[in-house]
Design a protein around this ligand. Sequence first.
Ligand code: SAM
Ligand code: SF4
Length: 455
Amino acid sequence: MQKRLFIRTYGCQMNVYDSARMVDVMTPLGYIPAAQAEGADLVILNTCHIREKAAEKVYSELGGIRRLKRARERQGGRMVVAVAGCVAQAEGEEIRRRAPFVDIVFGPQSYHRLPDMVARALAGAGEGVFDTSFPAEPKFDYLPENLTAPGVSAFLTVQEGCDKFCTFCVVPYTRGTEYSRPTADVIAEARRLVLAGAREITLLGQNVNAYHGEAQDAGEWGLGMLIRALAEVPGLERIRYTTSHPRDVDDALIAAHRDVPQLMPFLHLPVQSGSDRVLAAMNRRHRTDDYRRTVGRLREARADLALSSDFIVGYPGESDDDFRATLDLVREIGFAQAFSFKYSPRPGTPAAVAEDQIPESIKVERLAELQALLQQQQRAFNQSCVGQIMPVLFEKPGRHPGQLVGRSPYLQAVHADASPDRIGEIVPVRIDAAAPNSLGGSIVAAVAETEERAA
Ligand code: SAM
Ligand code: SF4
């Protein structure tokens, strides 16, 4: 009998990938994806713990889920509720206390055991199933082959966990130590994704360029080598990767940017701060000069490389001069887009207990000033694209009838009039207009036809 599975995904792309794999795990048991929690047999919240706001969202969502679960029970049905991901990993006990109706709590490393956990929850008397272990067996060895249709642009996790221990960050605690999947597994998964319709693959890892996968030639490959091998997969037209650490950008990766045309000229390379004093306190293991040098080498290898970054403002002890140094670095480097956050103290991390916490009002001011500058740079970058012809990979229907939306090489959303059968194609589009977060354009063949008719 078919059962309905609803998953709500919070946070990063790695959670998006994990949610798709949870569907793959449950599909053989008759579960099909549902668009809403109401009436579902299994509801999973795949959560994010990176900032306090992200974690709190989960508890408010659980309030609504509790009502739906009770309603289902009143009708004689059953809804199994599971909390997965990093909040589950970090706050399993807290979830048990605040939301005792939750049937299953499991961390990011144990979802290959989901069928067993669901069976135990259904058989049990409501005492709850908890699995936030870091199993010795890598979950990837136990996951079925991808069953979920990946779409035109697919995610592929190649690396997980982190050994860097930046003082503000929960990832090393929630995701565990660094693990790289063997190269053969990654290539096999990429082939399957392409056969199922993917044209673009984004390689994922909390620290993706720390990738060091066991290779068939008995050695280890870094990310640069892996990208070269993936470029040989027939039909894989675009490769991206995220998130990188500045310290792990090595010569082979820079060379891949120079030599591999499928590797898109857009890189998310978080710097966090423009102050060496703050970077040292954050235990980032890179200085601003290292970042400048790395960006310089990448731009030498690929002149049109566009950059993105992450920034934290209001890290404990950040002075006004430190913050000004961040603004200066942004002006110097120039970013096509970026993410910026107020520092959020996370339980169990060293920075959370630092004495020199910055008042909220200062964080708010600094964030507003930084975001104004970053948005100005993003608008200028988008504006500089007007008049250019760009290859756009169409992904899905746009907001208006007759329109498709796709991505430029620089990851900008591009809208253009096009028929739905062009989804999955890379099409030359002349950019006519720039908005703060997207571009508009016309397919070049269509432009040529219109111009011919006008002549
Ligand atoms: N591994 C990546 C790196 O080293 O740059 C970052 C991964 S983290 C999931 C994404 C971003 O969240 C970080 O780059 C950082 O800017 C932000 N972040 C992490 N912890 C934070 C905290 N406690 N407060 C505010 N922002 C945080
Ligand atoms: Fe977190 Fe990234 Fe630092 Fe690892 S390198 S601790 S994931 S911010």
